[in-house]
Write a protein that binds this ligand. Structure first.
Ligand SMILES: [Zn+2]
Ligand SMILES: [Zn+2]
Length: 327
């Protein structure tokens, strides 16, 4: 197999020839057809997450077909198209796992961070964390659903009800959540980097009621806001934009420091929380609903050997929608 391997933190990924992996008990091997590039991959490559496993193959939005089954795998078959997300394994016995909060597992493995991911022609996955995708939709358009879609969905549920939803950072996740929110008959207010007219126009094309810079005040108070950008300065801005009792959800795994803020911004029973990882129940729920919601992902495809280019483009904010690698 071939892979774009991170040999050390902070260095460019390297095209590497590796022995074909064999699935162990309870595992499957997937021939990768597409793998999305997520902001979290940038955090991994740039060394912004603690204790990365190196060398590692990044990538946790894997779409591919099963071409080998380890012993004891049930419910999946050879040739089946599956998706493999960020949460790649949970222990099943820690205090979080036993109360169905496996997204907070004490001993998890994360695809493309602490176990090898999908920037490769093949990947090994824990069969319990591989989800059948059916045959509707292309591999490339489905790939962003595996993280941007799933984390976006979990964030949206945690943001609660209410008709006015703010999205800070209009990238891969927000462009999916915007469509889901409209399917739920909610109004989307999109916040981008100040002056980013291209992303604002993109948000309006996807049906946002309003789009502007993150430094702007929306024309109506928000019931909830989700922050996808890794920018702590957005927290006070989002708290300011939500009404009393409103929620602000931080959806990213990493964020720059949140500045000191006046208590008045939190007063009025506003809530601030993070969303971490996902559970299998989130994946099953979202992937079942996704076809009904008729989500159309906007993607830019790169060849697998162009992974570094894709990461650079994402870092510079040059990607509209989602970047996807195709081996
Ligand atoms: Zn656990
Ligand atoms: Zn991700």
């Amino acid at each position: 197999m071939q892979a774009m391997l991170m040999k050390k933190v902070g260095a460019a990924l390297e095209w590497t020839e590796l022995a074909d992996p064999r699935p162990g008990p309870g595992q499957i091997r997937v021939q990768v057809a597409a793998c999305g590039v997520c902001r979290t991959d940038l955090h991994v490559v740039d060394g912004e997450l603690p204790q990365p496993t190196v060398p590692i193959i990044p990538g946790h939005e894997i779409v591919g077909r099963i071409d080998a089954l380890g012993s004891g795998v049930e419910g999946l078959r050879l040739g089946e198209r599956v998706g493999v997300p960020w949460v790649g394994h949970t222990c099943g016995v820690c205090p979080y796992c036993v109360v169905h909060r496996e997204n907070l597992c004490d001993r998890p493995l994360f695809t493309g961070y602490t176990r090898d991911g999908g920037f490769a022609t093949a990947a090994i996955a824990d069969a319990r964390f591989a989800f059948p995708l059916g045959e509707v939709g292309s591999d490339v358009e489905l790939a962003p659903l595996l993280c941007a879609g799933l984390i976006g969905w979990r964030s949206l549920v945690r943001a609660g009800g209410g008709s006015n939803l703010g999205l800070y950072g209009f990238g891969a996740a927000a462009h999916i959540v915007a469509q889901v929110a409209q399917w739920q008959e909610r109004n989307v207010f999109a916040f981008t980097r100040p002056g980013d007219a291209t992303s604002q126009a993109f948000a309006r094309r996807l049906g946002a009621k309003w789009a502007g810079g993150s430094d702007e005040t929306p024309p109506e108070p928000l019931d909830a806001a989700i922050i996808f950008a890794a920018v702590g300065d957005l927290v006070p801005l989002a708290l300011k934009a939500v009404r009393k009792g409103g929620r602000v959800v931080c959806a990213g795994i990493h964020m720059s420091d949140i500045p000191a803020l006046p208590y008045a911004l939190l007063w009025g029973e506003r809530q601030l929380r993070s969303v971490a990882n996902l559970t299998r129940a989130d994946a099953i729920e979202f992937l079942k609903l996704a076809p009904q919601m008729a989500i159309r992902t906007t993607t830019t495809t790169y060849r697998l050997d162009q992974a570094n280019q894709a990461l650079d483009d994402l870092r510079a904010g040059r990607v509209q929608g989602a970047a996807v690698l195709v081996p």
